[in-house]
Design a protein around this ligand. Structure first.
Ligand code: GCO
Ligand code: MN
Ligand code: MN
Length: 389
């Protein structure tokens, strides 16, 4: 696999807004003029990507007429077909237009909440027309800077009402679409509601159709809050809720950097890729990242190639880790288990099990004295990642 050439089966995807990012930031104007969405599809297809994702307005401008919309969609569908690409995920832009400056689903104004639902229903129709099986909800403006302005309990209820309404819409249309909720702690709001993947998982359990709804964790979002993204993804995976994933790069404690996948924290990314591969995650791997503001148009494609190449290198490293005799021997030792206790610990409470545990004479000092050679193990990982193993 030494060429690290992406295959369609790798399911690598890019948002139209990623390679289409013009480099605007709060301090500076655009530095690039992105090529058209159709060109982005062609170029990404040539590079080996599996598909693209879009917000409604990445493709169809806000306020376009029905006629314009249909023409744009037709041309885009043709481009997907010509380049063997799919639309893997769709979503709604509920953050750019000033109408959403104080939120969409959680706005205090019922007219704005209703407009948001109308916009999402249209975006769902668009996504389904393009063949997207997953629809993402990122509540970018669903938050506050001034806590006196909105009741967070009402906000949670409004968010839930919106998702319940939209789930029923999907069911009534017989669309077979799944929802994936994306958490972010802050930016563009001072604080965004439901700030972590764990918060989203808790919220999903309160919905009318939890079976339709999973999460779309993003590397940058857990990491900017100083949290362990690998652990967040593992929790989602274990709950059967990892419907989609946004891969990128981020340093802890900064603004949402959305760097190229793998740009920061190689070890965290390695364990993340290993997790996805070991557990056979088969959803799309979406690089929700931006090329650096310093990139010229050509460097934008180096950015896209880099995201995919890095994933494949980590995938190879994960296979090497799983085949490494020394590492595996340590893991085997650490996970030796106990043939008498394991069945009890993995079964439900019974009075007998409780009595059995009560009757055992544990020797805590002996248990504490068992070796945990983590320095050795972590150095082996380092050597492996740095290619000296
Ligand atoms: C961010 C967000 C966005 C969303 C996307 C989907 O970086 O702040 O991740 O990129 O994923 O807009 O709605
Ligand atoms: Mn981000
Ligand atoms: Mn994202």
């Amino acid at each position: 696999m030494a060429s690290y050439t992406p295959q369609k089966s790798d399911k690598f995807t890019f948002g139209l807004w990623t390679v289409g990012n013009p480099g605007i930031d709060p301090f500076g104007v655009a530095v690039r003029t992105p090529v058209t969405p159709v060109e982005r599809v062609r170029k990404l297809g040539d590079l080996g990507a599996y598909g693209v994702n879009l917000h409604d307005n990445d493709l169809v401008p806000f306020g376009a007429t029905a006629h314009e919309r249909d023409r744009i969609v037709k041309e885009f569908q043709q481009a997907l077909k010509d380049s063997g690409m799919v639309c893997a995920m769709a979503t709604t832009n509920l953050f750019t237009h000033p109408v959403f400056k104080d939120g969409a689903f959680t706005s205090n104004d019922p007219k704005i909440r209703a407009f948001a639902l109308q916009k999402v229903m249209n975006a769902i129709d668009l996504g389904v027309e393009l063949g997207a099986p997953i629809f993402v909800f990122w509540g970018g403006r669903e938050g506050a800077e001034v806590d006196a302005s909105k009741d967070p309990v009402a906000a949670a209820r409004r968010f839930r009402d919106a998702l319940n309404f939209l789930s029923e819409y999907v069911l009534s249309q017989k669309y077979g679409l799944k929802f994936a909720l994306e958490a972010k702690p802050n930016e563009p709001r001072g604080d965004i509601y439901l700030p972590t993947t764990g918060a989203m998982l808790g919220f999903i359990a309160t919905l009318d159709h939890p079976e339709m709804v999973g999460v779309n964790p993003e590397f940058a979002h857990e990491t900017m809050a100083g949290l362990n993204f690998y652990h967040a993804v593992a929790q989602a995976l274990e709950a059967g809720k990892l419907f989609h994933i946004d891969l990128n790069g981020q340093k802890p404690g900064r603004y949402d950097q959305d760097f190229r996948f793998g740009q920061e924290d190689y070890k965290q990314n390695f364990f993340l890729v290993k997790l996805l591969e070991d557990h056979k995650y088969d959803g799309p791997k979406h690089f929700d990242a931006h090329p650096l503001r310093t990139s010229d148009p050509e460097d934008v494609w180096e950015f896209a190639k880099g995201c995919m190449r890095t994933y494949l290198i980590f995938k190879e490293k994960a296979a090497q880790y799983n085949a490494d005799k020394e590492i595996q021997a340590i893991l085997k030792e650490l996970n030796a288990g106990d043939k008498n206790l394991d069945p009890i610990l993995s079964s439900k409470f019974t009075p007998q099990n409780a009595q059995t545990l009560r009757d055992i004479a544990f020797h805590a000092d002996d248990l504490a004295a068992q070796p945990l050679p983590y320095e050795n193990l972590d150095q082996l990982v380092f050597d492996l990642l740095l290619g000296v193993r």
